[in-house]
Each structure stands twice: as C-alpha cells, then as structure tokens.
Write a new protein. Structure first.
Lengths: 374, 125
C-alpha cells in the first residue's frame, strides 16, 4: 500500500504471537509482518462501524520531543502550531520539505508543557526522524528527540462500543477525554497513554504502552470486548474504513510530490506562525491556489476504481485515482482522485479507466461517510 | 483440504465439471479463500472463445484484482448472471452456485492436462 519494505527479514510487533493464534493472514507492510485480516475485511469493517474492532498498530512510529524549546522546534519542523495545544491535546499535522512536498502526516500529542509525542507512519519513521534531526542541528534548539517506536506498542479499540468497553478496564475518566485528547493512566494494570484518536471515522481510542506489556493490554481488551461485539481487525479494514471517512493515506493521497493544499489540508498549515520547513513554498501555493485538487468520486457504472487508475474528463486523461474500493458501508464504489483544480466541482462528471475502458463517475462530497451524531 | 471428486483442476485454481461436449467452470474454494471477500466479477461474453490457460475474466476482492484463467478451451455458452449482483457466491459456494460459465468444449482431451481432486489437494497442501 505504501512504500516497498526495506530488504531483510520482516519485523514483528509484540503482538505477533496473538495474531498467529487468531489465525490472521499476515502480509508484509512497511517492513513488518502485519495482519491484513483475521476473518473477512468486510466483516471487520462492519464490526468497527457497528460495535468495536481491535487493531494492533504497534508498527507505527512514536518519536518523543522534549526540552525548553520543544515548542519552538516543533513549530519549525511541522506545518501546524503545536504551541497552540494545551497539555493532553493532540493535533493532526504534517512535516513538509522545503518545496512543500509532504514527508509524512502525523499526530502531535502534547503530553507535558515541554514534552510531545509525534506518531507517524511506520514507512516514514526514518524519514521523519532524519527531518527532525537535521532541523534540530540547523536551528540550535534547546530540544532533543528520541525514537521510542521499538519499545512502544499501540493497541486501538475503535468503534461505537470502544468507550464502554474501555471503561471496564480503567479508572481513567474517559468522558473527560474528548476527541483528539489524551490522558495517562492504568488500563488493565498497565501504564498507558490513552488517546481518543484513530483512523476509522468512528469514536475510538489508541492505547500506547510499553511493548513488553502489549500482550496484557491486547488480551484484556479482547476478553472484555467479547460482551461488546469486539473482533480483531487488520490493516485491510483499516484502509477501507479510512477511505470511507475521507482520510488520506501516505503513499496514496500524500507523497513528497503533493502539498497539503492539494489534498484539502491547507487548514493544517499555519503560515502566520513564522518560519518553518516548507513555509515559502506553501505560502506561494496558498496565494496562487493549488494546481491539483483531491476529490471524491462515486462510480455511476459497475467497476471498482483502484489506486493508479487514470481519471478522464471528456475523454482526456486529467489525473489518477489515489485510493479506491467498494465501500462496505455504503455499497457504492468510491475513490479519491487528484485532478486539475479547475475541473473540480461537486456533481462534475469524470470517467475512471478500468482495464482500458472508461467508466462513468461523479464527483461527490468528501468524506463519503460521516458517523451519526451520538 | 479435500475437493469434489467429480471435477478436474488447474494449477491456477480453476475447476471444470465436464458433461459430454459441455463443461461448467469456476474457481476453487482454495482460490476464493486466498482472495478473501470477492466484491466484483467480470464475466466473459457469451459466444466468446476461451483458450486453455488464457485469461477470460477478472475477480476482485476488497484489496486485489486477479485474472481468471480458463482451465479448458471452448466457446462460452452461458455465464452465471447471478454473480453480477452477488459476487460473494464465489466465497460461499464456489463449486455450486458460484459457478462462472458453461463452455462448449473445443478439445475434450485437454481435460487430461488437469489434475484430479487428490492431485489438486496435494498441489494446495
């Protein structure tokens, strides 16, 4: 889905044995051997939409940034303004190259006044670390970074029953943890960072803990989850869930050749905060408007759009599909695509070329799916 | 895993049920399990010619697109229209309701190049 894994043996998360015991189908992903599905991608997808699914995301990167000038440093290294976060708050952000191309998208958590966590894609962990190290050296900031990925596990119960399930395992006041907030606490006897974040379009939590205690957390959530309809879920459903929710995936919607404004994420970029990596290029994009735009497409004929398929307007190739699937929730065939900005407009007609034949598609609003209000 | 004894099997995981000059073809349970949830089938056109081991259609799972390879040569006499609205039949009943096409055989001796159930079971073990 993303970049080719590095050569050499595949890495295992601390929950690898659990996946084997559950009969998961394991595939290479970002250098790890990860579960793509346990039973059925569609069934796992529906489980997250209706009850609760449990994901192992321990392959993801966790980088700690701390120091007196951690805020100044992160303001410089990321496109957002982590200084605007209160303790316990998180924000979606990106690291960009000087030319505005996206190095990675990530979530920045403020844990203490001068201590932050950056949670990034596994495939980009090395790139994010080297971006941060290079800027740290250049700017002489009073801050340090530490890659904690290998000793941190991430277990994520996601879905409408996630909060009720988790409440049985912790004294942490979950009602006090709003969306994109986090708190430290004990879950099933294990010290965790309990964050109300996710990548599914549903309510849910991400539990970060010491890798050596991951199995205890996973087993406790899985056991307590039985009464809540929980199923373990793999990366296959994670991908269809995020796509329905209109969330970009690095390597598909986001690349080093794409800038945040093209993918409708200009709001994340805080040009007014002062100098940062990529600022000049991004300011120019903001002033002139992006050349391309990420749009949502719904097929009007019977074909499934897939990443890389050409997108046409009036018979002429104008762009490409970045992600596409049959939507398990909506039953429609959906895609995100990058097209020239001047061609974008809700209701506009496009064609997606599937096996050398164009099939009609219509631009629709993103996201395709929004969870019903509580 | 065991497979129906009355069928012949190809290395590409298709099966053939030969009945005189005609045969029904489909994909095996091994193939549909490997693919996962099948969400789309592109069927051949009635009247089109199939060449043994040549492509004749496409199946798509949630994650992957795979070609269908004809286990025998012939002319397509009928396709399973039910698969257009219910591609999941390839998962739930691949040897029965999930049949893909009926073919008028052009060379029944080609069946000899295919495996029997025991041979296919060994192949997929």
């Amino acid at each position: 889905m993303s970049e080719a894994p590095p050569a050499g043996p595949l890495l295992h998360t601390p929950l690898h044995d659990a996946h084997r015991e559950l009969g998961a189908r394991l595939v290479p992903f970002a250098g790890y051997e990860m579960p793509v599905q346990y039973s059925s991608i569609i069934d796992e997808h529906r489980t997250v939409r209706t009850t609760v699914g449990l994901f192992d995301l321990s392959h993801m990167g966790e980088i700690e940034v701390r120091g007196d000038e951690a805020v100044a440093f992160l303001r410089y290294a990321l496109v957002s303004d982590p200084g605007a976060l209160v303790i316990g708050q998180a924000q979606y952000s990106m690291a960009c190259q000087e030319d505005g191309g996206i190095i990675d998208d990530l979530i920045c958590y403020r844990l203490e006044d001068d201590r932050f966590w950056i949670v990034c894609n596994a495939s980009n962990r090395a790139a994010v670390v080297s971006h941060l190290e290079a800027l740290l050296a250049r700017g002489d900031f009073g801050a340090s970074i530490e890659d904690r990925s290998d000793r941190t596990a991430l277990v994520a119960p996601q879905g409408p029953n996630a909060a009720a399930l988790l409440a049985e395992l912790t004294d942490v006041d979950l009602a006090a943890i709003g969306n994109y907030r986090s708190a430290s606490g004990i879950v099933a006897g294990v010290q965790c960072l309990v964050a109300r974040t996710g990548y599914t379009g549903e309510d849910g939590f991400e539990l970060f803990c010491d890798a050596r205690r991951a199995r205890a957390v996973w087993d406790a959530v899985a056991t307590a989850g039985e009464a809540h309809g929980l199923k373990p879920c793999g990366l296959g459903s994670r991908d269809t869930l995020r796509l329905e929710a209109g969330m970009p995936l690095y390597g598909n919607e986001l690349t080093r050749d794409t800038n945040p404004f093209e993918v409708n994420l200009g709001r994340v970029v805080k040009l007014e905060k002062g100098e940062f990596s990529g600022r000049a290029a991004l300011q120019s994009v903001q002033q002139t408007g992006p050349a391309r735009k990420l749009i949502g497409l719904e097929m009007r004929e019977n074909a499934i759009p897939r990443a890389g398929y050409p997108v046409q307007a009036d018979g002429r190739t104008v762009g490409h599909v970045t992600s596409g699937t049959l939507s398990p929730t909506l039953g429609t065939k959906i895609a995100m695509a990058l097209v020239p900005a001047e061609l974008a407009g809700i209701g506009n007609a496009f064609e997606v070329v599937v096996r050398e034949r164009p099939y009609r598609a219509e631009q629709v609003k993103l996201p395709f799916y929004k969870r019903p209000p509580d | 895993m065991s497979y129906p004894d009355d069928l012949r099997y190809s290395k590409e995981h298709e099966w053939v049920r030969a009945e005189d000059s005609h045969a029904t073809i489909g994909i095996t349970s091994f193939a549909s399990d490997e693919l996962g949830d099948i969400v789309f089938v592109e069927l051949p056109e009635v009247g089109s010619s199939l060449a043994q081991f040549g492509t004749f259609g496409v199946v798509e799972s949630v994650k992957a697109v795979s070609d269908l390879y004809a286990p025998i040569s012939g002319t397509v006499a009928e396709v399973n229209e039910a698969l257009r609205d219910a591609p999941e039949l390839l998962n739930s009943d691949p040897f029965g309701q999930g049949w893909i096409a009926r073919v008028e055989l052009s060379d029944p001796s080609e069946l000899d190049a295919l495996m029997d159930a025991a041979g296919y079971a060994a192949e997929t073990a």
